[in-house]
Ligand binder design. Structure first.
Ligand SMILES: C[S@@+](CC[C@H](N)C(=O)[O-])C[C@H]1O[C@@H](n2cnc3c(N)ncnc32)[C@H](O)[C@@H]1O
Length: 420
């Protein structure tokens, strides 16, 4: 008798690794950001599960990877993020700008740079934020202020945002922060001495790169679908005037894996850009993020796998465990809220990682499935993929001690659920 082969619900599938894929096609090249989803994952989920769907929601949209992929497939998209920089990038990546208009402004910028180099003087204002001299050399501050002067003159909102995105990445690249770190660490002084970035040409190259990304996006997106970016926090509520109950076909997202303090500090990553762009309340990003240490009390979730994990961490460290509880408290509230906006037979795809705290792995993928099951969803499957590049913080601080790291999160889990 031949045994029927049945794919298990949770399985490793190398074809989801996309080892050699170009992960920055069209507008995905616009700006780096921590823990970005790769477009191939978003696109494949949509192709496999969202044929004929009309509307996607991403409650942790970051730089809009899922929104862009939805839009090129003719699916409208709604995204929200608490980080103003992420919202800016998301907006620009999903907004088509006519190339001739863009080219005019890029040429004008080029002429502006030439005139400055030839001695033209402009009335620039140096921003006043704490430690600006610590993070930027004096000459860099002057040039960045001059570029900002040009940007502030731009009247067209879409062009203004387009320039702001290139400027934001330039700010990060010319700052004295160590490359490849999400958190803000200063370069060693020897490196600082030798560090003399050509700020104008870096900004100009980014504008050209992004212009080319826009051209490819215009070519690939031949429909009228659109994206709408908001600033609400699904932990508290999803405003009914923005998304009504049971109106969403698919939720596709990669939520944070833990609190900002010990996993990815989105606020810290974005701080210098946010300060140069004068986004208000930048310092609140990490506080507002999930697990921002609001409620720090011991509690049970009545989810066996989560309660067991909490108990094990609690035995090792009864303070650190409160950070984990605080995160899952918010995570649970958010899942309760997003569950309501999905329609019957709608799909939820959560791309998550399992981190370690105090040496204990938190099975975030299983916890996610259990939380959705409690909210009227059936479990469809979980695909395990390896993270081939340095996009994720493979090394984090599970002990929460400076300098101590551990290899975690080499895998990502794509958990799929369907509303009953
Ligand atoms: C893993 S990133 C998403 C990356 C995104 N998929 C992309 O490709 O760019 C998680 C995002 O969640 C945001 N975030 C954290 N807590 C949040 C909350 N309570 N509400 C909304 N967004 C939140 C962070 O600012 C961050 O941008």
């Amino acid at each position: 008798m031949r045994l029927k082969s049945k794919t298990p619900k949770k399985y490793r599938d190398e074809s989801w690794d996309y080892r050699k894929a170009d992960t920055k096609p069209y507008t995905h090249c616009f700006h780096s950001y921590p823990a970005m989803m790769i477009p191939q994952i978003a696109g494949r989920i949509l192709d496999e599960y969202a044929q004929h769907f009309n509307i996607l929601f991403d409650p942790y949209c970051g730089t809009a990877t899922s929104l862009v992929e939805a839009n090129i497939r003719g699916i409208n998209a709604i995204g929200t993020d608490i980080n103003p920089l992420a919202r800016l990038i998301a907006k620009v990546k999903t907004t088509i700008i006519p190339l001739n208009l863009l080219d005019n402004y890029i040429e004008e910028f080029n002429n502006f740079i030439l005139s400055i180099k030839l001695g033209k003087e402009v009335n620039t204002e140096i921003p006043k934020f704490k430690n600006i001299d610590y993070w930027f050399k004096k000459e860099t501050i002057i040039i960045l202020s001059t570029i900002r002067y040009f940007i502030e003159m731009i009247k067209d909102k879409d062009i203004l945002n387009f320039f702001k995105v290139a400027f934001s990445e330039t700010v990060r690249d010319v700052s004295l922060t160590r490359n490849g770190e999400f958190k803000l660490y200063r370069m060693p002084s020897k490196q600082i001495e030798k560090f003399n970035p050509d700020v104008y040409s870096m900004m100009f190259k980014k504008l050209l790169r992004n212009r080319s990304g826009m051209e490819k996006y215009i070519y690939i997106k031949k429909n009228n679908s659109a994206s709408y970016i908001y600033d609400f926090n699904s932990v508290y509520e999803i405003p009914k005037e923005i998304i009504s109950d049971e109106s969403i076909d698919i939720i596709l997202t990669s939520p944070p894996y833990g609190d900002s303090k010990t996993t990815v500090a989105y606020g810290q990553f974005s701080r210098l850009s946010n300060q140069w762009l004068c986004f208000e309340k930048n310092n609140e990003v990490d506080k507002k993020a999930m697990g921002g240490f609001r409620e720090r009390e011991y509690k049970k979730f009545n989810i066996e796998i989560l309660d067991e994990t909490i108990e094990k961490i609690g035995e090792k460290d009864n303070k650190r465990v409160l950070d984990v509880i605080s995160f899952y408290n918010d995570y649970e509230k958010s899942i309760n809220n997003v569950s309501k906006v999905i329609r019957k037979n709608g799909i939820v795809a959560y791309v998550v990682g399992n981190r370690k705290v105090k040496g204990i792995e938190i099975p975030n993928d299983k916890i996610t499935v259990e939380l959705f099951k409690k909210n009227g969803f059936n479990y469809v499957n979980t695909i395990i993929r390896e993270i081939p590049n340095k996009r994720m913080p493979k090394k984090n601080s599970p002990t929460n001690e400076a300098g101590k790291t551990d290899n975690t999160m080499n895998c990502e889990y794509i958990a799929i659920m369907k509303k009953r």
